[in-house]
Design a binder for this molecule. Structure first.
Ligand code: PLP
Length: 403
């Protein structure tokens, strides 16, 4: 294989790749566990985990083995036929979520689209909402993906603007405001779509009781509650799913990212039969959804989360990391606030500190790969296999840059 330097690769990408991202200036060509490496052999700790898609760590041996074993026997059938992997993945994920049924897709946005279609169809067929009147309540600063329907209810101008005409049927209310939700519900409301923690908004953690309150409102008004656990799920926040911190039983659980174990796009929604039963043959689907390779990988990815107790580790090491960051906050004139749950941590900079990008760049030069969200928040979300010693090492670098 031809070898290129980081500089050359960045130039080639800039010329031939569309500029829909603004990456940190580092090229990753190798990875293992929490570590990534560039073509020049410089090593970095991954503090982003591909937006929480690599919770199990890069190239976890059990996940890679499942990928290789499955690649040797069967990769794609489409759902026109049964295959011998999808049934077992469906049963496993149903057991894990405590729901009756699973509908598999590939990317997170597709799973969100599936949840939207489920809520609407349930609204028309079960709740008997008048044709084309269904409304779904969503929250300002949400992030649920990039399709035209999903960006229709984004409040972020960068993600939203110039993609109209927009899909109607969404009512946007402030996050963490139960009264606003209660006021927004009407006879046409079929669902509430919520992130248990708003990751892309900058790790915004709602007041305790918010999700449980949404659950009560949903019950009271015969509305479905869909939690988008694409980023918060699979142990990231210290529990299998972030909604489990509250006394709530969502009707639809939307999953993606770490379900693919960091190697493959796998997404799904889980719901009970009275909800997912609205789909009949031909009414929804995906060529690659439920493909054997994805299913084998996802089963292995789930097993790793359970076998290696990654929820407990995220809870414990996340608390440790956050405590260290808060100690630094007391001494630093740059840090306004540290917030998060488990290993999903947002560090909010003071306005006087300037833009986050200069700090993520300085951290990169010291071997920590973090990504800013907005101009003033730095997210720390390492693979969940990170150890306390690794966190101590990372904290030395964070102190150098933000102390
Ligand atoms: C990443 C993300 C999505 C979209 O997932 P894609 O795989 O990028 O389509 C949706 N919701 C949340 C909360 C996410 O973090």
């Amino acid at each position: 294989m031809e070898r290129y330097t980081s500089q050359q690769l960045m130039e080639i990408e800039h010329k031939f790749g569309a500029h829909n991202y603004h990456p940190l200036e580092v090229v990753i060509s190798k990875a293992e566990g929490i570590w990534v490496e560039d073509p020049e052999g410089r090593r970095y700790i991954d503090m982003l985990s591909a937006y929480s898609a690599v919770n199990q760590g890069h190239r976890h041996p059990a996940v890679i083995q499942a990928l290789k074993d499955q690649a040797d026997v069967l990769t794609l059938t489409s759902r026109a036929f049964f295959n011998d992997r999808w049934p077992l993945f469906a049963r496993k994920l149903a057991g894990l979520t405590g729901k009756d049924m699973i509908l598999p897709m590939n990317t997170g946005a597709e799973a969100v689209e599936t949840a939207i279609k489920t809520m609407r169809k349930w609204g028309y067929l079960v709740k008997k909402v008048a044709a084309d009147k269904a409304e779904i309540i969503v929250f300002s600063e949400n992030f649920h993906g990039r399709t035209t329907t999903i960006v229709s209810f984004s409040t972020d101008p960068e993600g939203h603007d110039f993609y109209g005409p927009y899909t109607p049927g969404f009512k946007i209310v402030p996050y963490d405001d139960l009264q606003a939700v209660e006021k927004a519900v009407n006879k046409n409301t079929v669902g509430i779509l919520v992130e248990p923690i708003q990751g892309e908004a900058g790790v915004v953690v709602p007041t305790p009781g918010f999700l449980a309150g949404l659950g009560r409102i949903a019950r009271k008004h015969n509305v479905l509650l869909a939690v988008d656990e694409i980023q918060t799920g699979f142990c990231r926040t210290g529990k299998l799913f972030a909604y489990q911190y509250e006394d709530v039983d969502p009707d639809i659980i939307i999953m993606g990212k770490a379900l693919g174990g960091g190697v493959f796009p796998v997404s799904a929604i889980a719901a009970n039969e009275d909800v997912l039963g609205v789909f009949k043959p031909g009414t929804h689907g995906s060529t690659f959804g439920g493909n054997p390779l994805a299913c084998a990988v996802a089963v292995a990815a789930i097993d790793v989360l359970i076998d290696e107790k990654l929820a407990e580790r995220a809870a414990e090491n996340g608390a440790y990391f956050m405590e260290k960051l808060r100690e630094l906050q007391k001494k630093s004139d740059k840090i306004k606030l540290v917030r998060g749950k488990g290993l999903l941590i947002g560090l909010v900079l003071k306005k006087s500190a300037g833009k986050a990008r200069q700090y993520t760049t300085a951290l990169k030069e010291r071997g920590l790969l973090c990504k800013e969200t907005h101009d003033w928040i730095i997210r720390f979300a390492p693979p969940l296999v990170i150890s306390k010693a690794d966190i101590d090492f990372a904290m030395e670098k964070v102190r150098e840059v933000l102390g």
